[in-house]
Design a protein around this ligand. Sequence first.
Ligand code: A3P
Length: 275
Amino acid sequence: MKSQRHFQAQSSDIILSSAPKTGTTWLKALTFAIVTRRHFDGSTSPLLTTVPHECVPFLEVDAVEDSFHRSPKLPLLATHLPYTSLPNSIMSSHCKIVYICREPKDAFISLWHFICKLAPQEEEHVPLEEALDMFCKGISQYGPYWDHVLRYWKASLECPERVLFLKYEDLKSDTLHYIKTLANFMGCPFSLDEESEGVAQKIMNLCSFETLSNLKVNKTGMHRSTTPLATKNDVYFRKGNVGDWKNHLTDEMVQRVDQITEQKFSGTGLMFPQP
Ligand code: A3P
């Protein structure tokens, strides 16, 4: 694999890992704002003019390009790779990993909308039933969703100082707390002065769904615009809610997904808050 050959992790790197549609864009924005906070304020942050995916590149997409140059000052890189497929240098350098996951039904609904948006206009949308069948059978670019989550969960239990495991739902319900958790984990905790200036609160506001999704760059811009992977930035912002599956899935579909979740996660200590 190209990223295996091309990428040399440093011990100071921080890898943001996730299965698709579980909060990657948000995690990129938050971590970028946290680690760059001493260089920018609320009016100069690159997040105001650049989609978070350009602020924090993807290991397996951007970092494998010959033209790719890493900013020496930015320790962040993102990936959707499963834990067992991470480049050897990530494991051997002992760099930190932040993993974000999401309740499986919400992750699926978000994925389905994303696939539909990316499909050429003249093509018919993938029917929900068909997409769900593939999701449940684990037919996806990065393998079965549940296995992706579980392997990082286990790594976070084995090595909590190296792997921070976050849930989208927790981040939604107590964003400020998790911004501080992220800053501590990444080795750049908020100082007392920053606490009194409300810096974490400002980061929370800057990276909120409302702020980011309403920025011109994220409404009308594109990224990787000169490549075959050119993507409209607005595809990364849909609703940003917990429990949207209720608006799409039948009881039978819910049962099917929940049964797999129960089967895969039971006894692991991993649970999702019920909306
Ligand atoms: P929905 O499709 O449920 O709205 P990813 O970034 O991994 O591709 O995940 C995309 C999901 O995260 C989408 O969920 C998107 O709306 C949501 N999202 C994007 N930016 C967000 C933000 N700043 N805060 C909360 N959710 C966000």
